[in-house]
Design a protein around this ligand. Structure first.
Ligand code: PLP
Length: 388
């Protein structure tokens, strides 16, 4: 019989796999299901990026192993984008790592920094992949509650001195999944101060960095003075360019962390297929009109959904960034019972908040991941249940 390694016993199962199964069961019964549960962009990759891959797939240079840690042109392209968008200087060779999607880096950073007994500070609610990495490293996870009363930012003054003593790594994520909050520059300044004082490495997950509403561009952690000394930022093409299936992400910032991530990647992957690296560079260096269009699409969808939700009496502050909405469940329901009810009775899939941590209880997450008419229809179907 096969006995898994001990670390595998600590790896949680994927909460959202169960959600997909429930939704598919309804679809197979022939129901017209509106799926707003998963964080999977519904729009295609812009054609100029696809075309670049088609052209470059035939390039024999890319049929051999790529260079370890990737092609310099892609590292230069992301450094140039950060310079243009955030006025942040990054040395492509020492301050950039190319990843198989942001996910790999978010898991690996735990393995390269944490020993059993160390503490990792994690936002609650938060993106569940942070937990997986901590579990694999054998370290201990301490939750930082994100409360509506504090604009869904962690309250650093509430962290216990003993946790701060043992903490070696922390995750922050704005624009936030799942709460759709955006962080002000002052929050990042507080974060750098905390990290300096307690010798904690900051892992800033900027997966939704490009998606800010009402004309406000989200601030990058790396814009903060001192940020590169204490941490790294994870960036991904998945959301900005509708490239979730392409698996291209980056770690940016602190040289030692980047060195360790690259070392890990050398052993696991060598690097991404060169054709994909060429297309990723095209995404980053071509005129960014497709990004402006994408942000405007999500903003229009947000306006349509919140308009319709107000119409049915389901009130919440509108999302400020990301492509999510974070909504309170009606009295008498848990997030799971409410999500189940919406699936059964309205055929609308939403993600129960508790899947993102105990402090997500009392909320559900809806993605802005369907055309406006479908979002309005989802609200209409929910309204018919007469719960608000
Ligand atoms: N971080 C957050 C908060 C996310 O929501 C996601 C994807 O859903 C990721 C990271 C991972 O993105 P990827 O691995 O596609 O780059």
């Amino acid at each position: 019989s096969i006995t898994p390694a001990e670390r595998m016993q600590h790896l949680p199962s994927q909460f959202f796999a169960g959600l997909v199964k429930k939704a598919n069961a309804q679809i197979s019964l022939g129901h017209d299901v509106i799926n707003l549960g998963q964080g999977n962009p519904d729009l295609p990759t812009p054609p100029h990026i696809v075309k670049k891959l088609q052209e470059e797939a035939a390039n024999p240079l890319y049929h051999k192993y790529p260079p370890f840690s990737g092609f310099p042109f892609l590292k230069e392209a992301i450094a140039q984008r950060y310079k243009e968008d955030y006025n942040v200087d990054l040395d492509p060779e020492t301050e950039v790592a190319i990843l198989f999607g942001g996910k790999t880096g978010l898991v690996e950073i735990n393995q390269i920094l944490l020993n059993p007994g160390d503490v990792c500070l994690v936002p609650d609610p938060g993106y569940p992949d942070y937990w997986s990495g901590v579990a694999l490293s054998g370290a201990e996870m301490k939750m930082m509650p994100l409360r509506e009363s504090n604009a869904f930012l962690p309250d650093y003054t509430a962290l216990s001195p003993s946790d701060l003593d043992r903490a070696k790594l922390m995750f922050i994520n704005y624009p936030n999944n799942p709460t759709a909050a955006v962080a002000p520059a002052s929050f990042y300044e507080d974060t750098v101060r905390l990290a300096e004082k307690h010798n904690i490495v900051v892992s800033s997950d900027f997966a939704y960095g490009a998606i800010g509403f009402d004309g406000k561009r989200p601030v990058s952690f790396l814009e903060t003075p001192g940020a590169k000394e204490v941490g790294v930022e994870f960036y991904t093409l998945s959301k900005t360019y509708n490239m979730a299936g392409w698996r291209v992400g980056f770690a940016l910032g602190n040289k030692e962390v980047i060195r360790l991530i690259n070392l890990m990647q050398d052993h696991y992957y060598v690097s991404l297929f060169g054709g994909i690296q060429a297309a990723a560079a095209e995404a980053l260096t071509a005129p960014q009109t497709c990004v402006a269009e994408l942000v405007s699409t999500y903003e229009q969808r947000r306006n349509a959904l919140f308009g319709a939700l107000t119409g049915i009496g389901w009130e919440a502050p509108p999302s400020r960034g990301s492509f999510f909405t974070w909504l309170p469940v009606p009295k008498g329901h848990t997030s799971v019972s409410f999500a189940d009810l919406l699936l059964q009775e309205a055929k609308v899939v939403v993600a129960p908040g508790v899947g993102f941590g105990a402090h997500g209880e009392g909320y559900v997450r809806l993605g802005l991941l369907a055309p406006e008419a479908r979002l309005r229809e989802a609200a209409e179907r929910i309204g018919k249940l007469g719960l608000f």
